[in-house]
Design a protein around this ligand. Structure first.
Ligand code: SAM
Length: 472
């Protein structure tokens, strides 16, 4: 039985409810009256349920599709303005005991180089990341209770926060590690993590079990109920995601929204972010063996429908996607992107020889952070290195209420400008600096509150004079 409030995976991601949703969407996708009603509801900016959003995703009418894209752009502008938050992944270890058939870290892969960073290695990687200008990391590790126990992850987080190189510092560490216990989530919370990210990969139980044939990740319920345990452990910013390509995208989309509805129903707060990765080529992995690859058009529509369905949830696009595709989906609701990413263990310091590759997948966007920052500004965005919210205790429902009260323009917008100014002062090339300084001068006028505007002006001068880390 479908029950969004249940603590059981098979009840809150109920297979029959997903199938009924797909049937409903298929039956109604050309009912223009209904599509219009759903679009009207979406314009209230309070989101849509999984059935309504699935009708929009299924709708093939070109005019209505245009309207969907247009509305997603409007909602993105209203809630997130033109800021894009930047981050980088940091791979700690690729030792893994699981058998995930799409991932090169799977246990049976004997030709990938297995690596695990020591605390000294981490210090070097973090220094390299700080030297690029990064302030926000997502740490990644394979699942291996012996090689990568929770104590190793906690020690690594401590090391990352402790490195202060020149004006650099990592101010927010998000964590993408395998599903774990309430006790371990509590320890992660105490270590000061930002978001706990765990991709579901697929919500389709039968496929999930086939795609994860061996290892602890095989347990569908344990994996799907991980965010409930994370919330119980005190982590109220959680990041959902599906690995598109593994199963039918319409199934995944409906189930992903059901997961968000479940978190909202039980904990009163939906997911902080949603990631939309697609399967990429990797060592021992050919993405073409998975039948459910999605086109760029469908990918864009998924982004737009997600933006409309959950207006308060950030959308993340990684360097798995190309510059061109990232540019296409940015206006549709994306709020965070990674830049200059390496998916190899130790890859920021040491280029790997051909016969010692440890990377997780091929990245498509290989530009430097400076190039990404300049590009964002040239196409109308403010690159943001802001990490203020969780450091000010604005997590979970407190962050959501900031969004809902439309105070973002007096809070996130100034923080974006001040952290961009730090980046320009410390790390940017002269060309990027020139573009950025002009942008800040223009954007400062878009801070509605006069007192805040004045404060930001003063802080920008202080940053120019060498002070760092201002936030609202
Ligand atoms: N081991 C952890 C877990 O089980 O969730 C950490 C996550 S892993 C380092 C990060 C994510 O990369 C996975 O959740 C998966 O969705 C994604 N991934 C794995 N193989 C991939 C591939 N070939 N192409 C694109 N993404 C992939």
């Amino acid at each position: 039985m479908y029950n969004p409030k249940s603590s059981k995976a098979e009840e809150f991601i109920n297979h029959e409810e997903v199938l009924a949703t797909l049937e409903y969407a298929e039956k109604n996708k050309n009912d223009i009256g209904l599509v219009n009603d759903i679009l009207e509801k979406a314009k209230l900016r309070k989101g849509l349920n999984h059935r309504e959003a699935s009708v929009l995703l299924a709708c093939e009418d070109p005019e209505k599709t245009e309207e969907i894209f247009h509305l997603a752009e409007q909602i993105k502008k209203d809630f997130y303005g033109n800021r894009i938050v930047l981050f980088a992944p940091l791979y700690l270890s690729n030792y893994c005991v699981n058998g995930c058939v799409y991932c090169p870290y799977h246990l049976k892969n004997k030709h990938i180089a297995r690596k695990k960073l020591s605390q000294e290695d981490i210090a070097r990687e973090v220094t390299a990341l700080q030297d690029m200008g990064h302030k926000r990391l997502a740490i990644e590790a394979g699942e291996d209770p012996v090689m990568n126990p929770i104590e190793y992850i906690l020690e690594s987080i401590n090391t990352i926060y402790s490195i202060k190189h020149k004006n650099g510092s990592i101010r927010r560490v998000n964590v993408n590690i395998a599903a774990t216990t309430v006790e371990n989530y509590r320890k992660l919370k105490e270590a000061g993590i930002g978001t706990y990210v765990l991709f579901q990969e697929t919500y389709h139980k039968e496929s999930y079990e086939k795609l994860h044939p061996t290892g602890p990740k095989h347990n569908y319920a344990y994996h799907t109920e991980a965010m409930d345990r994370a919330m119980e452990g005190g982590i109220d910013d959680v990041g959902l995601g599906v690995l598109f390509g593994l199963e039918l995208y319409k199934y995944e989309f409906a189930a992903l929204l059901m997961h968000a509805e479940h978190l909202e129903a039980v904990f009163g707060v939906g997911p902080h972010t949603i990631s939309v990765p697609r399967v990429k080529p990797a060592d021992d992995i050919d993405p073409n063996v998975f039948d459910n690859g999605i086109s760029d058009d469908i990918f864009a529509k998924i982004c737009a429908c997600t933006r409309i369905a959950v207006p308060y949830t950030g959308i993340i696009i990684s360097t798995r996607e190309s510059k061109a595709l990232r540019e296409r989906v940015l206006p549709l609701g994306v709020s965070q992107i990674s830049g200059a990413s390496k998916t190899s263990v130790g890859g920021y310091c040491t280029p790997e020889p051909e016969d010692e590759k440890s990377e997780q997948f091929d990245v498509s966007d290989r530009r430097t952070l400076d190039e990404v920052v300049k590009w964002l500004m040239e196409i109308g965005y403010i690159p943001s290195f802001c990490t203020a919210c969780y450091r000010e205790g604005r997590t979970g429902d407190r962050f959501m209420s900031l969004c809902k009260s439309k105070q973002i323009q007096n809070c996130c917008h100034p923080n974006a400008l001040m952290t961009l100014k730090e980046y320009l002062a410390d790390y940017a090339s002269p060309e990027t600096k020139a573009v950025g300084d002009a942008l800040i001068e223009k954007e400062i006028n878009n801070i509605p509150n006069t007192k805040v505007r004045q404060l930001v002006r003063e802080n920008l001068i202080k940053i120019q004079n060498g002070q760092r880390d201002f936030r609202i």
